[in-house]
Design a protein around this ligand. Structure first.
Ligand code: FUB
Length: 323
């Protein structure tokens, strides 16, 4: 597959999280729509109110089947507004949908909803996960019975309002030469419904062996994803306001991770987001851009392209087509 394929031509879907369940590829995106809310740094224009799930058996030809709505903000007992990025994990016959949502005080938390099937519907838990904050949950099944959630996002994602897993009086952004605000990682409880421990910082080291600084154009911003390739842990993420998808590699799920490079150069539209999955012997990058909406950053379209590694496990950079 040489050119990326848009997967849902008749609707706007973003932040695709792709997984293989029962031999089929499932994609869990955010569902963008035109809410009329003006664009701002707080992300109010991303006013999503439900999720759909898609499945694919023929990725090369880009045919995605829509299984309809799997969760609606109206059915979530603690909901305020804005269903942002989500992810799904499978354990012991159940599927767990982890989602970002603001509560009634406009504070983001991470919620869980459970289903017997990958295509839902998903039944939400009455409360958010205890101790959860910020956005963009993404879950790694480490294959040894342990599941790890990576999460967090700056600006509208509110991560700058937390330190040592406690809410601050007000947001703090580090100086440009200080370590960047990191993503977080936490092992999930056996029942998959809570954190099993205090979240830890995901440290990304630069070439000099020091943590990447807040002023670095490749610092973490949001959209964490973790996949394993040849026994190594590949942590990938969006740099937000500098618009790259980057990755760093480590030897265990907690890191530290050493910066490797850019996966995707900027796309059309402000946000860039992704997931990486192996299916039928090939690796794919699911991502989004705003080309079909004529550049409206809150109306994004998901797409897929094959991902290539070199013999040293380095990912070949893909051109996003934006600036
Ligand atoms: O879709 C809303 C937010 O935009 C996501 O949670 C972020 O990662 C960014 O893609």
């Amino acid at each position: 597959m040489k050119t990326p394929k848009y997967l849902v031509p008749n609707d706007f879907m973003a932040d695709p999280s792709a997984h293989v369940f029962n031999g089929k590829l499932f994609i869990y995106p955010s569902h963008d729509w035109e809410s009329g809310i003006e664009e701002n740094d707080n992300g109010d224009h991303f006013d999503m109110k439900d999720y759909h799930v898609f499945s694919m058996e023929d990725v090369e030809n880009g045919v995605a089947v829509d299984h309809g709505i799997i969760l609606d903000v109206k059915g979530i007992p603690w909901s305020g507004r804005q269903l942002w990025d989500s992810d799904v994990a499978f354990k012991n016959g159940k599927y767990y949908l982890y989602f970002s949502l603001k509560d009634k005080n406009d504070v983001f938390h991470i919620g869980v909803a459970v289903s017997d099937k990958p295509e839902g519907p998903f039944i939400p838990q009455p409360d958010p996960m205890r101790g959860s904050y910020s956005i963009d949950p993404s879950v790694l099944d480490d294959g040894d019975g342990n599941f790890y959630m990576y999460f967090g996002g700056l600006w509208g994602g509110q991560l700058q309002r937390y330190r040592n897993n406690k809410a601050l009086e007000c947001a703090i952004f580090p100086a440009d030469n200080a370590p960047a605000i990191p993503s977080r990682v936490v092992r999930l409880s056996d029942d998959m419904l809570q954190f099993a421990e205090e979240p830890r910082e995901v440290i990304i080291l630069g070439e000099d062996g020091e943590p990447i600084t807040a002023g670095d154009k490749y610092r973490f911003f949001e959209a964490s994803w973790m996949h394993k390739y040849n026994g190594k842990y590949y942590f990938s993420y969006s740099t937000g306001d500098t618009h790259f998808l980057c990755y760093a590699v480590g030897d265990n799920p907690y890191g530290p991770f050493t910066f490797q490079g850019v996966i995707l150069t900027p796309v059309v539209g402000w946000t860039t987001h992704h997931s990486i999955v192996e299916y039928k012997g090939k690796w794919y990058l699911f991502h989004h851009d705003s080309v079909p909406s004529g550049g409206k950053t809150w109306l994004r379209s998901m797409k897929v392209i094959e991902l290539e590694y070199d013999e040293n496990g380095k990912i070949k950079t893909i051109e996003g087509g934006g600036e």
